[in-house]
Design a protein. Structure first.
Length: 165
């Protein structure tokens, strides 16, 4: 039933392997479950920060504000939203926006880079993918859409549309 069992140390590699294999749909199923061992469980329990363990409960001695399970954020920013610093870039002066939506319908991410706020929102419906990207001044950016199209982005608001593969 999509229960992850890799533990905290290997979780980052589990997430990266599935995300880079374009299987965000599997990650969404794993982490959206509503029973213990899932972020969906944490949301349903009312957590507003990440606890120390999958089974954390207030008043049990576990930290209720702990980054131990925070690798999921990398998936959200770097893969779902697709916000990545280009290799060799310093200070986020060169950015790649390459979302991997899988079966998800939409996402929104705001990343505060050293060069300014980068905002990505996208939605997909039927065979159309629409993405809005905000790039700060002084930043070079390229987008790679899910169908493989590559487009250069300008500082400011960029709206991109493409058909799905």
């Amino acid at each position: 039933g999509y229960q992850q069992t890799v533990g905290e140390v290997l979780q980052v590699f589990f997430i990266r392997a599935l995300a880079e294999g374009n299987r965000s749909d599997v990650l969404h199923r794993v982490y959206n479950r509503e029973n213990r061992g899932s972020y969906g469980y944490m949301v349903n329990q009312g957590f507003t920060s990440l606890p120390e363990s999958w089974d954390a409960r207030p008043g049990t001695g576990n930290s209720m504000n702990h980054f131990m399970l925070g690798h999921l954020m990398e998936w959200h920013y770097a893969y779902l939203a697709g916000i990545r610093q280009q290799p060799g870039s310093v200070g986020w002066k060169k950015v790649l926006i390459a979302p991997t939506p899988g079966s998800l319908e939409r996402t929104l991410a705001v990343f505060r880079s050293p060069s300014g706020r980068i905002v990505v929102s996208w939605k997909q419906a039927k065979s159309m993918f629409t993405m809005k990207v905000v790039i700060p001044n002084g930043v070079e950016a390229t987008a790679i859409l899910p169908n493989g199209e590559q487009r250069e982005l300008k500082p400011g608001v960029n709206t991109l549309r493409s058909s799905m593969k």
